[in-house]
Design a protein around this ligand. Structure first.
Ligand code: FES
Ligand code: FES
Length: 217
């Protein structure tokens, strides 16, 4: 088998060092030719912080945030409201659901700076241990949770679901778009973005039905 070796002092006038240098120069030339430039020196510098004021659970909270901060991280890491949970961080589980200006959203999918001036309600703002929101009470009464990790998101979603139905907002399960009424099918469809790995679904539905005043005899 033939091997190509280049000595450090090749008698053809080419040393290992000159070969390596030539290779590096060629690679750099190709990269430039393809428009692949070295990263600009400032690229790794974080963007300057931006001021943002959120009305969280009724109180104005002013923050200075990296504009890439999600609303979820602003709540948990900067305001230490850890009731809102991070599950997937990709908009797939609903654990991070909060209510912004009356509508539920996945707080992991939105940037905090996009909500300057908005009213944000988290699970801490719905009720307190001494004064539970009716939905929180119903989840306790109906055992609507097991490990509880998904529960804050489930409750924020459930509160919004009842408001949506009351406001006549249709869902994929609505048979008549002009006549939106409470039903288990409506609730299941509307709560489908809130995943419960403990599978407490029947009890969650029972809790929501209870608060809606639709408890079955
Ligand atoms: S953490 Fe936001 S949807 Fe899962
Ligand atoms: S209660 Fe455990 S994930 Fe829902």
């Amino acid at each position: 088998m033939m091997t190509d070796t280049i000595s450090d002092d090749g008698d053809d006038g080419m040393t290992r060092r000159t070969v390596l240098a030539a290779g590096a120069a060629t690679a750099a030339g190709l990269a430039t030719a393809k428009g692949v430039e070295a990263a600009p020196s400032g690229q790794k510098t974080p963007p300057p912080p931006m001021p943002v004021t959120l009305k969280v659970n009724g109180k104005d909270r002013s923050l200075s945030l990296d504009p890439r901060t999600t609303l979820l991280d602003a709540l948990r890491e900067h305001l230490h409201l850890t009731g809102t949970k991070k599950g997937c961080d990709h908009g797939q589980c609903g654990a991070c659901t909060v209510i912004v200006d009356g509508r539920r959203i996945n707080s992991c999918l939105t940037l905090a700076v996009m909500h300057d001036g908005d009213a944000v309600t988290t699970i801490e703002g719905l009720g307190t241990p001494d004064d539970l929101h009716p939905m929180q009470k119903a989840f306790v009464t109906h055992d609507g949770y097991q490990c509880g990790y998904c529960t804050p998101g489930q409750i924020c979603s459930a509160v919004s679901v009842l408001r949506e139905i009351e406001a006549g907002v249709p869902s994929h399960a609505s048979a008549d778009l002009m006549d939106i009424a409470f039903s288990d099918a409506e609730v299941r469809e509307r709560m489908s973005g809130n995943i419960c790995r403990c599978a407490a679904y029947p009890n969650i539905i029972a809790a929501i039905r209870d608060v809606a005043g639709k408890a079955r005899a």
